[in-house]
Design a protein around this ligand. Structure first.
Ligand SMILES: Nc1ncnc2c1ncn2[C@@H]1O[C@H](COP(=O)(O)OP(=O)(O)OP(=O)(O)O)[C@@H](O)[C@H]1O
Length: 258
């Protein structure tokens, strides 16, 4: 069954149409990677899919239910968004910041329980920041804060995780940590939509890939059908070369510098 799909999804800021007739689909436990040039509308599309803009036209169905009809509190049990570039500079320490992410599981009067604390411990180790539990977010590096934000989404135990360039501030080791985490989550049937600027990441984790080519063209298909020299060269308006790397057992993408 599809976790989420759209039909003729369109969205405009005032009169400027950004998303036009997008048909997108993610099945249970699948990873969809969205690629597209700067300013094309990736964040806008992900914001629509997360319920942040309900003035879209067309349909967004989350497990066959229209997204804008799902109450906010219920939505936060079902999907979580890791936004792009939101640099949380909270005075909270990491542990409390993550624990607050469990608030959708409680009424405003109830206290966090053992289950909440276990989930926070689990996520602290998933994001590799267990030893930073007592550190205030404002004293962390940009990359650590990005990991903290991913953790904040994970403590919600969503069925659908939407991540807008979640590795943009991370060093290579932590990029791989997050990509492996995404694969591991998909194995336990969590569906994931992620945007990135790196076609290599798309190749590493995508079950399918969606290209926002221009404001009127969205193409989605199986990773190996979409990640071709032709499509990527067209997408980025720069020649992209694909070579098969035997050691890695996958295609890698690059460009000539002459
Ligand atoms: N709140 C807003 N109000 C008006 N226009 C906006 C708003 N947010 C984004 N835009 C415009 O919508 C277009 C798409 O922006 P968006 O951030 O979705 O692109 P993107 O593909 O995520 O870009 P990038 O890769 O650079 O992060 C851009 O032209 C941007 O200027």
């Amino acid at each position: 069954m599809s976790e989420i799909y759209t039909k003729n999804l369109s969205f405009a800021y005032d009169t400027e149409k950004i998303i036009d007739n997008v048909d997108l689909k993610v099945d249970d436990g699948q990873v969809l990677v969205i690629l597209g040039p700067n300013g094309i509308g990736k964040s806008t599309l992900l914001a629509c899919l997360s319920g942040l803009h309900d003035d879209y036209s067309g349909q967004i169905k989350l497990e066959d239910q229209e997204l804008k009809q799902i109450p906010n509190r219920e939505l936060s049990h079902r999907l979580a968004l890791v936004s792009q570039g939101v640099n949380v500079k909270s005075g909270l320490n990491l542990y409390d910041y993550l624990l607050l992410g469990r608030s959708a599981f409680h009424s405003i009067f109830s206290q966090p329980d053992e289950r909440d604390r276990q989930q926070v411990e689990h996520v602290l180790s998933q994001i590799g920041l267990a030893e930073y539990r007592d550190v205030s977010l404002q004293d962390m590096s940009g990359g650590q804060r990005q990991l903290a934000q991913i953790g904040r989404a994970l403590v919600q135990e969503p069925k659908l995780l939407i991540m807008d360039e979640p590795t943009s501030a991370l060093d290579y080791k932590n990029q791989i940590l997050v990509l492996k985490l995404i694969k591991a989550l998909s194995v336990i049937d969590i569906s994931i939509i992620i945007s990135t600027h790196d076609p290599n990441q798309a190749m590493m984790i995508g079950d399918s890939v969606g290209l926002l080519v221009d404001n009127q063209t969205y193409i989605q298909g199986k990773t190996e059908e979409i990640l071709t020299e032709k499509y990527l060269t067209e997408l980025y308006k720069t020649p992209i070369v694909s070579t098969f790397n035997e050691e890695l057992d996958r295609n890698i993408f690059g460009t000539r510098m002459d």
